[in-house]
Design a protein around this ligand. Structure first.
Ligand code: AMP
Length: 117
């Protein structure tokens, strides 16, 4: 795949551009969002390029989706109080801008009544 067709997350996973990485395991990387919308805002990203969004991931590799959730819980405990919101923007009108499946882990005194990140 040509470099310009790969997502920014693929380039972070490959080490081609820097990120504030907080977790790096065999199948998942997590790093701080460059434009945080909460006191703790971490992106939990499967390393595979096979899935564009959470619907594809759930259908194709539900165990990996479960690993994303478990990783988010661990990171919420490490970086906040263990309570968190997990957001998967799915489609452009829902705010998705990077088509490499990822979860937004949001934690730390989130405003009530707002689901948007
Ligand atoms: P989404 O809009 O759900 O596709 O989420 C993409 C997220 O990636 C946004 O919240 C961006 O702020 C974040 N983002 C884009 N580029 C980078 C980067 N180089 N490092 C960290 N986060 C990034």
């Amino acid at each position: 795949m040509a470099t310009d067709e790969r997502s920014v997350f693929s380039r972070i996973i490959a080490g081609e551009i820097p990120a504030d990485v907080v977790h790096d395991s065999e199948r998942i990387i997590a790093f701080r969002d460059i434009a945080p919308k909460a006191p703790v805002h971490i992106l939990v990203v499967p390393k595979t390029e096979s899935y564009r969004d959470v619907v594809e991931l759930a259908a194709g590799d539900p165990a990996l989706l479960a690993e994303v959730v478990a990783t988010a819980q661990t990171l919420a405990a490490e970086h906040s109080n263990g309570e968190f919101r997990l957001v998967f923007n799915t489609g452009a009108s829902a705010g998705q801008t990077v088509y490499h499946v990822h979860a937004h882990l949001l934690s730390g005194h989130l405003e009530e009544g707002t689901l948007a990140h």
